[in-house]
Design a protein around this ligand. Structure first.
Ligand code: SF4
Length: 434
């Protein structure tokens, strides 16, 4: 009897850090079932598309990939094809009707069912609400051995009018602090140096303690040197949280705080629950209490009923606040969201013009702010070799600036070293080891 062939899996991940970490967990489950990873779908026994539905473009990209794999299934009928992530939750059985070569559809709250699904080869749809998702401990096959993603909560209750997440990831659920702290202690034992706490809105974390309380507990864990978190909703950015970021020595001085628009009228239509003045005040407090803090944000261009005046208010906000970086996108109507049915949809060419102007302005601000780091000494955590140039290490300042440094014998990933910044570009800095 010949040796049984080791089964292989291939996971294609689209979208945000939540999806990246969900893919690490699905990989962990498959590895615990004896599968090994392959770099190409054509050699795989199980192919999983972990999808993103935040914008139409991401959805189109996925469906064209799904179309391309049809011929592989024809040649190898035993191949299992799965769709996971937000499109899985949004479309459910419609995916199998549209693409019968798909064997099963599993939503973000049901990835813990993956083991049973692949072993029972049941072809079905797993998108029910799963209240126990916060209690499920899943093995994660982490791609990085210096920094780790940590889910602290799932879902969102904010229902911003453009956002699909509350429909695809369900109601807000916070993990028990004990389970989070144990996971991080375990990682510290494996020499992880940095953790990033993940949630759609980490500021509203609430279990047996609130978010500032959780940061204080994680700050006590030996071995962990840096704590980051994403994403924060401005309406829940409390003074207590600002002081916790200042006072907890391991919590890094960077915050991602999506503004979305500089127009209070548009913020109202987006159901963001703050005005531009509220937002500006919170940023003012952050910079007053931590002058060195860096702030990045998200901006949507061309939201329904956005006039030239509204757009000008967003441009004014960019020049007033001077973010260190912005992720800006054109408004994309998502199925089932209130904004997709709103009157006053903005024509595509106007959206493009406004997005172009926003990026032009922000790129100049980002470059100028990066130049302010030139000549300064910065503490960086070495993350690994720079993928583009293996003659360099890449790392990050506490303020989340990427820094590239020349390789040096006595320096290795996970080291925290001080460097002098010698050059500054739009996307990264360069430094010399002292
Ligand atoms: S806070 Fe708003 S934009 Fe963010 S995930 Fe929740 S609904 Fe979406």
């Amino acid at each position: 009897m010949g040796k049984e062939k080791v089964k292989q899996y291939y996971i294609e991940t689209f979208g945000c850090q939540m999806n990246v970490h969900d893919s690490e967990k699905m990989a962990g489950i498959l590895k615990s079932e004896g599968y090994i990873e392959t770099g190409s779908a054509k050699d795989a026994d199980v192919v999983i598309f972990n999808t993103c539905s935040i914008r139409q473009k991401a959805e189109q990209k996925f469906f064209s990939e799904l179309g391309r794999i049809k011929s592989l299934k024809k040649r190898r009928p035993e191949l299992q094809i799965a769709v996971a992530g937000c499109i899985a939750q949004q479309e459910g059985i419609k995916i199998i009707k549209r693409a019968p070569h798909v064997d099963f559809v599993v939503g973000p709250q049901n990835i813990n069912a993956l083991r049973d699904i692949i072993t029972s080869r049941s072809d079905s749809v797993f998108i029910d609400d799963n209240p126990s998702i916060t209690e499920v401990e899943l093995p994660a096959d982490r791609k990085d051995n210096v920094r780790a993603w940590i889910n602290i909560m799932y879902g969102c209750d904010n229902f911003c009018s453009y956002c699909i997440v509350p429909y695809t990831r369900g109601r807000e659920k916070s993990r028990a602090s004990r389970s989070i702290i144990n996971e991080i202690k375990d990682l510290a034992g494996k020499d992880y140096k940095e953790v990033t706490l993940l949630g759609q809105n980490v500021n509203s974390y609430m279990s047996d303690m609130d978010f500032p309380g959780l940061l204080k507990e994680i700050n006590k864990i030996d071995g962990i040197e840096r704590i980051r978190f994403i994403t924060s909703h401005p309406k829940d950015l409390s003074d207590e949280l600002i002081f916790a970021v200042r006072d907890m020595e391991k919590v890094c001085e960077h915050i991602h705080l999506p503004l979305q628009s500089g127009s209070t009228k548009i913020l109202g239509l987006m159901n963001r629950k703050y005005t531009y003045e509220d937002y500006k005040k919170k940023v003012g407090k952050l910079k007053e209490i931590m002058p060195q803090i860096t702030i990045t944000s998200d901006i949507i261009a061309g939201f329904p009923q956005e006039t030239d005046e509204d757009h000008k208010e967003t441009v004014k906000a960019l020049n007033e606040i001077e973010f260190d970086g912005v992720f800006a996108f054109k408004f994309s109507p998502r199925p089932g969201t209130r904004a997709s049915n709103m009157n006053g949809q903005v024509p595509e060419d106007i959206k493009s013009d406004r997005l172009y102007e926003i990026l032009e302005i922000q790129n100049k601000i980002t470059e100028r702010k990066n130049k302010e780091f030139k000549g300064t000494l910065q503490e960086i955590l070495i993350e690994g070799k720079d993928e583009k140039d293996t003659g360099r290490f890449t790392g990050r300042t506490r303020t989340n600036k990427i820094v590239n440094i020349p390789l040096k014998n006595n320096v290795k990933p996970a080291d925290i070293i001080t460097v002098k910044i010698t050059r500054a570009g739009r996307h990264s800095l360069e430094g010399d080891i002292l």
